[in-house]
Each structure stands twice: as C-alpha cells, then as structure tokens.
Ligand binder design. Structure first.
Ligand SMILES: C[S@@+](CC[C@H](N)C(=O)[O-])C[C@H]1O[C@@H](n2cnc3c(N)ncnc32)[C@H](O)[C@@H]1O
Length: 900
C-alpha cells in the first residue's frame, strides 16, 4: 500500500466540484490507495497484468515539473538558449540532500525540443535558494508568454490535431487554456519569416501575393482562427488572461455549454444573401471535463475520492460534446477527443457511442496514429471492458442490466446507459491512445483522433437505452446511500437532481430532446434568446440580421457581406450551410433588456467595428506614416456607441466577420481583438494622442514609416531603458541615452518605436526586437509592462535590479548609470543657475500638466497601467485575481482535474 504526502487545506477555496480543490500546503501522510479503483483497473482487464507492477508505483510517485517554450515566436529560441547556456550548467552544480540535481531535459517526442521536464520536486525548486535564479527565470518568462507551464501529457492532444496556419479551430472546453495556447502557436507557425519576406518584397517591388505560403495569405500572417470556449464564466476569463499573452488577432473566446454549442454565422456569399452560412471547423479539440483519475499524481485526493459513479455521471455530457464537435466539423476535418481519465466509460465508450450516433465508421473514422509522434510511448485502446455501477456491481452487458431491472427494479442502476458498454459492432477501438504513468513518467491520458469522412446527421440520443427516471423513493434511497458512503459525514454539494437521477425520457417517455433528457437548460436558453422551432427557419434568421453598411477608403458604400478583403479568403475557412439540424443561435425577437450582472461579474462590452475613415484613424495613419496597404477595416472598439474613446483593437478578417455577423444573436463572446492603439494625454496640441500598444506592435511595426522609428544597437542603452522609468532626456542629458538619446532628442513628442538590431559586436544584442517608446517633454520611456522589463533584464543581463522610478521628476535626482560618462561630465559642468532654471522649468511644466490635464495622467508606466485598469473597471481586477488563482498552481484547475 502506498503512502505519500498530503497537502493540507489552505485558504478558503469556495464551492466547486471535485474534492481536491484548495487542498494542499501541509504535509500529513495521505494514503495512496483505493481498493475500488485498483480492483476495477486490475481485475477487469483495463491495465494489462504485465503492466500493473509498474503502473501503480508510478501513479504514487510525485510528478516531474514540465514547461514549454512558445513555439511560434522566433524569440522562444533565445529564451530556450538562456536555459541551456545559463541555467542548466548552474542547476547541474547543485546538490540537494547529498545528491546531484538532475537538470531539465527535453521531452523526446515533442517537436523542436520546445517541451522540457525535470524531476526535482516543485517544492524544492520554490524553496531551495540555489534554484532561485532558475525559478525567477521560469516565473518571469511565464508572465510574458514565452514559457507555458504545462503537464507533459496535456501537450499531446494539440499535436495530434495536425494544425496548419489558415485553419479554423475550435477548442470546446478550453479553460484555463494550456492546450489553446498550443493550438494558437501552431496556427501562427511560420508567420515571422513570412511577414519579414513580404516586407522585403514590398520594398524591392517584387511582392506577389500568389506566392505566399498556404494559410499565410494575409501579407504573411495566418488567415486562420481559434475559437476557444468554456462553459464556466470565471474560467473563461482565466482562459482570456492566458491567451492574451499571445496577442493574436485570430482569436475569439466564447462562453457556451459545448453540448449545445451554437452554430456561428458567417456572411452569406455574394449572390446568396438569403441563405444562411455557418462556420465549420477544420479542427476541433474536445478536451472534455472528466473524472481525472489519470491526474492522481498531481491531485492526490483522487485516491480518496475515486468511485465508479464519477465516470458514470460524466459519460452523457462527454458524449454530447463529442457528437456536437463532429456536427460542427468540416468533412475531412479532425476532432481530437481527450481526457485525463483512464476509465473506459469516459473514453472508448464515448468514442464508440459517438461514432454510432453519427452513422458508423463510414461517416466517422477512428484514425490510426501509430506512425505519428513515434517516440511517444502508448498503449492501445480497449476493445472490451465491464461497467461498475454505483455500488461497484460488475455488469458485462446492457442486456444484463435490463434483465436485472425487470426482476429487481432500478435501484443502484440510476446512471447506467447502453452507451457505456462495448459496442456490438466491430470498431477499431485499439486505435485510441492510452498513455500510462509508467510509460514515460507522466500522468495518465486518453486521446483519440477522429476524421469526418462525409456529412453526418447525428441520431438523437436513444433514451430507451438509459435506465429510466428514478422515483422519489429511489432518490431518497440514493441520498441515503451517499450519506453511508460518506460515513455519515456531510454530502458533497449536489448541483442538480441530475447528479442523482438518470435522464428523463420526456413527457411521453420516448422522444425527449437532448436538452430535456439531461435536465439541462435547452440550447436556446443558453443563448439568452427566446426561440421556438418555428423561428429557426433560415428566412426568419436572415430577416433579423440588420443590414450593415460601411464606407471604403475611396468612399464607396458597401454592405458588410460584401466587404473588401486584403487577401484572398482562406480556402480552408469557407463556411457551409449548416445541415446538422442543430438549433442555431437566434436573433432575439425584440431588443433584449440589459443583462443583469452578478456582483463582481465583468461586463462584456460589445464589439463595434469602425469604418477606418474616421478622423482618429486618419490621424494615426498620418502621424506614424502607416502604409496605405495596411488594412483599415479591421479596427474595433468596445463600446455600444462605437466611439474611439480609449482603445482601438485589431482583429483578423474572419474574426471581424464573425463578431459582426453574430451581433445580437445571443453568441457569448468574451474576448476578441488585440489592443493596437491606446489614447494617451498629449502634452502638445499637435501631438498624436494615440500610442501604439505593445500587444499590437508586432502586427503593425513593419508597416510604419521611418519618421517615428529609432534603432538601438547597444546592450547598455537597452539596459538603462529597462531599469529606469522615464529617464531624463533634454538638450543637456540626451547623451546619457547613447544612440537612442541622439535619435530621440529632436523627435516630435509622442509614441515612437524602437528597433533593436542584432549584431555580433561585443556591446551588441543577438535578438531582434521591436519595442514602443514614449517621448515626452523631458524624458523618453520604454512603454513596457513591469513583467516584460523584469523578464528581459533577467534574460539579457542576469540583472534583478528593481525598476527605478523618477523621483518626482526632479532633474537633479534623475538616476544615472554608468552608460555615458561624457554626459555626466557635461551635466556637472553646467552652471548652477542653468540647472536651477531647468528644474524650475520642468517642475512647473509637470505641475501644469498635473493641473491642466484631467486624469488619468500617467507619471509612471505603473500609473498608466493602473489608470487603464481603473478605466476598464472590474474586469481587470477579476482577471488579476483569477490569474493569481491560476498561478497558485493547482487550486482552481484541480477542480476540473485538468493537467495543466
Ligand atoms: C479538462 S478541463 C480543460 C482543460 C483545458 N483544455 C486546458 O488544456 O487547459 C475541462 C474544462 O471543461 C469545462 N466544461 C465543463 N463542462 C463543460 C461544458 N458542458 N461545455 C464547455 N465546457 C465545459 C470546464 O469548465 C473545464 O474548464
């Protein structure tokens, strides 16, 4: 019998499903065994006899740490190199409890050595001082999105999706977003090189759009889209936080129940305006909620909590999610279904039932992946298994259950359904993948790849094949049983009667709809839209979509379905008429009353696209001398009036078309768009009020004219700019800022961009970077969040210096570094009178600024970010707290037994 460490209760994590939430921190012994769990897996052929000796001890060991570099960024190579050149040699020299520490190693099957693992326990890395520098590196690079800490097995499903740029991808159960970030990275692969080439070709006059790589037809950028969804509102926001680090204009985040995911409307093709056109996906990930018994190495309380009922209660939801995924998939597209459970009821049974509901193997094929990721050790999927009921009675077949029911009633059979048993028809279930903990020292995982061979019409759920609804007496009995199971202790929170009774068969006992049979709100209810079947006619829907008009640059007015595109529409993205007969998102019959917010619940502002011809956009294009070729019809704001008051966002064409086309249809979009321009108080009347936000800079930087671009070549100049907030810059001190001082002293006030040109020279930098600068009257400031400054200082200079704030802008206090001794001498030589006049001048100016310009005034970047947060309201605070929860490593996500 295994024993391990138990993490004691910590901080009041509230509510929630699984018992492991909020459980960790102290070190009492926890028993790592559970007779029911071990017996089901050992005695009924789930874990082969020859593997059992290795399987269980592996499951009882602590899980290695693992993390992944952000693959779509060329930058990731530099970050990885820092690990290899600096941290690994350092770690190799550490001994812990007399033993040499094993350094991180690349995961053998992960492409390009982007995923790494290490066996040193997390608690040691966190607390043992010699690891401090490595720990800081991990934290800093994670914060800025260069590293994602993710469990190794959780990295597998996205790799089997075979994603390429230009594809439309849906992640149905995406929070907190580990796999979504991987999917997004794969969608953007190749962009950096392709966009650089496009720019060179444009300069040389050799640009030829027909030569762009497939999927990168948007001037070298991906034309694809990721829709990341989660039904849990708070977790959907956690997902947003995680995804925002990647700054992709090709992302939409939604908040829907995946079992009834609404069809997303696309603009109708020209000439077919009366027809509805719905988005179908090239790839779908269904990483469904599961009992998570494969995560027991990370969530040790699963040892205590494991019961057969956990899987029985999830099977129907998992099946519905997978069937819905197959409905929304393009013909020829792939769905990857995955769980972090090893229970066949949640795995092979769901696959078999979904294939059957979609018409069989001729319609949906289980793909043989034995040649994909050949270094990944795995076992075949099961072809036979038994079903345990709540009382751990073993059932070999559905017939047995039915026989028993006839003679002994339904007691204890409440959750069983025919779909939980092995299929009667031959199906190559061995093609499913099972990853066991002893294969490569990971958690347990289940993955299956399905391909849609032809269009399907999913059969309705066969409610005859579910044990019928329990009587009140049966419910009472079930409650009593639960109390007994809990040794008289309090019952787990029961979310709904569904937890304890089987599905309803509808009023006539025969033809309940999916939603009715699961006691779930009907699909339309999820969309906050009143609907009746009659309203689902395509004509009705079409009538409800208001005609939108927009003006092109040349003044031509067009309707939205007829928008100009700046690249050929991606072939992989073309929509299809939705023939799945699944309910669609409905336009509300009449204007909806404003949705009442729960306390603390962020408010989702609408997404309003601007035409691109407004004065603000014209001013921005002029000030930064942005090329006319850069598309102007993808800018968006987040307020009902569509006014450019604070932030201008940018999205891809497809994201724009979806946000516009689905407005008022009840689709719950919680995020979309990259912040491109943010309004900043100007100090001079002719100064452009809009600064370029770091998030959007990589998208627009190559389109900017030379007037507002400066070039940094020296390491030490960058260091000074990173360490100091608002370093002073005037005619006397500009030399302290080296080459940047020279270039910015006479530049017009406002935002400019700084290119870091790589060079081989000793004082040069090896990485190419582009960063935004803010030139104000007496200083020039790198517009970078603190986290980015910290990460860069650590990586490039191994420097942990805290950022220096300008002490109340007093020039004599302006911190100096050893950057430019010449200029220091020059300052010292200045007459006292001159210096005093300068101080008075600057103080007066700042005082004036403070007095005359209404808040938010950003004296420091922190203020700026704070002010922005205040303006954005509660949302940011909520995100910050959810991010904390996420970073608390386990609490929140453990509730769903994720493997992040
Ligand atoms: C296993 S976790 C997903 C982990 C995620 N794919 C990742 O890699 O970070 C399952 C998620 O499904 C969500 N979920 C549960 N039921 C759902 C439903 N009916 N529709 C959509 N999402 C659901 C949960 O909120 C949870 O975040």
């Amino acid at each position: 019998m295994g024993r391990g460490k138990k993490f004691g209760k910590r901080g009041g994590g509230s509510g929630g499903g699984g018992g492991s939430r909020g459980v960790r921190g102290s070190w009492e012994e926890l028993e790592k065994s559970n007779a029911k769990y071990e017996s089901y897996y050992n005695d009924h052929g789930i874990i082969p006899a020859e593997d059992q000796e290795a399987f269980w001890p592996a499951l009882r060991r602590e899980l290695p740490n693992s993390f992944r570099f952000t693959g779509s960024r060329g930058h990731a190579v530099a970050v990885k190199q820092r690990l290899v050149d600096f941290h690994i040699p350092q770690i190799t020299s550490i001994t812990y409890e007399g033993n040499a520490v094993e350094p991180p190693k690349p995961v053998p099957w992960y492409p390009d050595e982007l995923a790494w693992y290490m066996t040193t326990p997390k608690k040691v890395i966190r607390r043992f001082p010699p690891f401090a520098s490595f720990q800081k590196f991990l934290v800093a690079e994670t914060e800025v999105g260069n590293i994602t800490r993710q469990e190794v097995v959780s990295m597998i499903p996205p790799l089997f999706l075979d994603i390429r740029p230009g594809m439309t991808v849906l992640d149905m159960c995406a929070a907190p977003g580990s796999k979504s970030t991987q999917l997004m990275e794969l969608l953007h692969i190749g962009e950096e090189d392709a966009t650089r080439k496009v720019m060179e070709d444009i300069k040389q006059g050799t640009y030829d759009p027909s030569k762009l790589p497939a999927g990168l037809e948007d001037y070298g950028r991906t034309t694809g889209l990721l829709v990341a969804n989660d039904s849990d509102f708070k977790r959907a926001h956690m997902l947003v936080h995680q995804m925002k680090r990647l700054n992709s204009p090709n992302l939409l985040v939604t908040n829907h129940d995946a079992t009834g995911y609404p069809s997303i409307k696309l603009p109708s093709p020209p000439g077919r305006e009366r027809f509805n056109n719905y988005l179908k996906f090239d790839r779908i990930l269904a990483d469904v909620p599961c009992s998570g018994d494969g995560t027991v190495r990370k969530n040790p309380t699963i040892w205590k909590d494991w019961t057969p009922g956990n899987a029985l209660g999830l099977h129907a939801t998992q099946l519905r999610i997978l069937v819905r995924a197959l409905q929304m998939l393009k013909t020829g597209g792939r769905v990857v279904y995955s769980t972090c459970s090893l229970n066949p009821i949640e795995n092979e049974a769901v696959i078999a039932a979904a294939v059957a509901r979609c018409g069989g193997s001729n319609f949906v094929e289980i793909i043989d992946c034995s040649q994909e990721l050949p270094d990944l050790k795995r076992a075949d999927g099961l072809r036979s298994w038994k079903v345990l009921d709540r009382d751990c009675r073993v059932w070999n077949s559905w017939q047995e259950v039915e026989e028993h029911r006839k003679t002994a009633g339904i007691s204890g059979l409440g959750r069983l359904s025919s779909t939980m048993f092995p299929p009667s028809k031959d199906l190559p279930l061995e093609r499913c993948l099972r990853v066991y903990p002893h294969h490569q020292d990971t958690g347990g995982f289940f993955i299956t790849v399905l391909e849609k061979k032809t269009e399907i019409k999913a059969k309705p759920e066969n409610v005859d094949k579910v044990v019928p609804k329990a009587s009140v007496a049966a419910v009472v009995e079930e409650l009593e049983q639960k109390t007994k199971d809990n040794n008289g202790g309090p019952l787990d929170k029961i979310e709904s009667l569904d937890d304890i009774v089987p599905h309803s068969t509808g009023t006539d006992g025969k033809d309940a709809t999916v939603a009715e049979s699961s006691h779930q709100p009907s699909y339309t209810a999820t969309l906050d839209a009143p609907a009746s079947p009659s309203k689902r006619s395509s004509g009705h829907l079409e009538d409800q979509v208001p005609t939108k008009r927009t003006k092109l640059e040349n003044g031509t007015e067009v309707i939205i379905g007829d928008r100009p595109v700046h690249h050929p529409p991606p072939s992989a993205v073309e929509g299809q008429e939705d023939n799945t007969d699944f309910p669609k998102a409905e336009a509300p019959a009449q204007a909806k009353p404003p949705v009442k917010r729960k306390p603390g619940q962020p408010f989702e502002e609408p997404f309003k696209y601007v035409t691109g011809t407004e004065d603000e956009i014209t001013e921005i294009f002029k000030f930064y001398n942005i090329s006319d070729q850069f598309p102007r019809d993808r800018f968006m704001v987040r307020n009902a009036e569509g006014s450019m008051t604070k932030t201008i966002y940018y999205t891809s064409v497809l994201a724009r078309d979806i946000l516009t086309e689905n407005e008022g249809r009840g689709m719950k979009f919680v995020h979309g768009g990259v912040k491109m321009f943010v309004k900043q108080d100007a100090q001079r009347p002719n100064q452009c009020q809009w600064r370029i936000q770091t998030d959007g800079l990589p998208i627009i930087e190559s389109w900017l004219g030379p007037e507002r671009t400066v070039t940094l070549t020296k390491k030490q100049t960058l260091r000074k700019l990173l360490v100091e907030l608002f370093p002073k810059l005037d005619q006397h001190t500009y030399q302290q800022l080296g080459e940047i001082g020279h270039q910015t002293k006479d530049i017009q006030l406002g935002c400019c961009i700084m290119r870091v040109e790589p060079s081989e020279s000793e004082d040069g930098l090896q990485e190419r970077m582009v960063l935004p600068l803010w030139r104000s009257m007496y200083s020039v400031n790198l517009m970078l969040p603190k986290e980015d400054r910290r990460a860069m200082l650590l990586r490039l200079f191994n420097d942990e210096t805290p950022v220096i704030h300008p002490p109340k802008f007093r020039s004599e206090d302006t911190p100096t570094t050893d950057l430019a001794s010449d200029s220091q001498t020059e300052s010292k030589d200045k007459s006292e009178a001159e210096a005093k006049a300068e101080i008075a001048d600057s103080e007066m100016t700042y005082a004036q600024i403070e007095k005359d310009i209404p808040p938010p005034i950003a004296k420091t970047e922190e203020d700026l970010i704070k002010a922005e947060n205040i303006l954005r309201g509660q949302e940011q605070a909520d995100l910050m707290s959810s991010r904390e929860t996420y970073q608390r490593d386990g609490d929140e996500e453990d509730r769903f037994n994720t493997t992040v």
